[in-house]
Design a binder for this molecule. Structure first.
Ligand code: CP
Length: 307
């Protein structure tokens, strides 16, 4: 189907071929880092109702490198939402000013709702615990760059698989490829949600749930670590029970394959020891950097322009 004129709500709305096209163009932008005029007649709105560093700033960088004008806000406080305006009316206003709308919101379904309201394409920059499709795109691109493939590798997705939207979208993204095996590694309280596991089953992906990364460390090619999503716990006592319950350390990595790479959507809290940053395994800062070329490619493909 391609990307042209489409909303980006879930990575499952796209095919492997779509993602391979995206990776090819992202790779071009990575190797040809300069300013372009491809989107000079376009306005991109960044509607961030929830905090962000990487997603917002990499979208802004991507849009500006493509020549677009960027408008938006970084919290509800600075907008008329603080005066009681509705989410729907806010999206209607942005739809009148911009050609593309990037939405991050704490509520599941907010981006889909925005897409139903807006005539212009809406990109989901994270909605509650549900989806973070552009994060999954850059995660998969990182693996594609590091290993020259996404297929045939053994993955461990580690951490908060219950509330983490980046983890869920990464798992969904893997189902578009042919991983050898996916380990879902989490404390019992933070196991992957049934709707995520169901997609693995429907797509015939071999998976296994584990409680600790020690059980799989010597087998895996890619470790995808996520933090405990404190802000999404309905009960602070529940958070207290699981915080600090897993940590990636140098000692653990002694048992890893030489080529094993660690990804993390970031921000990190305490789940990866900073000493790991300087090892050959750490790929999370490279991964974050790839957010710019991947989002440049995505914006270009939605608008339908190529360099
Ligand atoms: N990975 C990610 O979504 O980071 P931010 O919350 O900083 O955008």
């Amino acid at each position: 189907m391609g990307f042209r004129g489409r909303d980006v709500i879930s990575i499952l709305d796209f095919t492997r071929e779509d993602l391979e096209e995206l990776f090819g163009l992202a790779d071009y932008f990575l190797s040809n880092k300069r300013s372009y005029k491809l989107l000079e007649d376009y306005v991109v709105a960044l509607a961030f109702f929830e905090p962000s560093t990487r997603t917002r700033l990499s979208f802004e960088t991507a849009a500006k490198l493509l020549g677009a004008k960027v408008i938006g806000f970084t919290s509800e406080e600075g907008t008329s939402l603080a005066k009681g305006e509705t989410f729907a009316d806010t999206i209607r206003m942005l739809d009148g000013y911009a050609d593309l709308i990037v939405v991050r919101h704490k509520n599941e379904g907010a981006a889909l709702y925005a897409a139903e309201i807006a005539e212009h394409p809406v990109i989901n920059a994270g909605d509650g615990k549900q989806h973070h499709p552009t994060q999954a795109m850059l995660d998969l691109f990182t693996i594609w760059k590091l290993f020259n493939r996404v297929d045939g590798l053994v993955y461990a997705v580690v951490g908060d698989l219950r509330y983490g939207r980046a983890a869920s979208s990464f798992i969904y993204g893997l189902t578009l490829f042919e991983p050898e095996k996916v380990y879902l590694v989490s404390p019992p309280l933070l196991r992957a949600r049934p709707e995520v596991v169901r997609v693995l089953e429907e797509k015939g992906v071999k998976y296994e749930e584990k409680r600790s990364v020690e059980e799989v460390i010597s087998e895996i090619d890619v470790m995808y670590v996520t933090r405990v999503q404190k802000e999404r716990f309905p009960d602070p006592l529940e958070y207290e029970r699981v915080k600090g319950s897993y940590r990636i350390t140098l000692k653990l990595l002694e048992k890893a394959k030489d080529h094993m790479k660690i990804l993390h959507p970031l921000p990190r809290v305490d789940e990866i020891d900073p000493e790991v940053d300087s090892t050959r395994h750490a790929a999370y800062f490279t991964q974050a950097r790839f957010g710019v070329p991947v989002r440049m490619a995505l914006l270009s493909l939605i608008v339908g322009v190529k360099p």
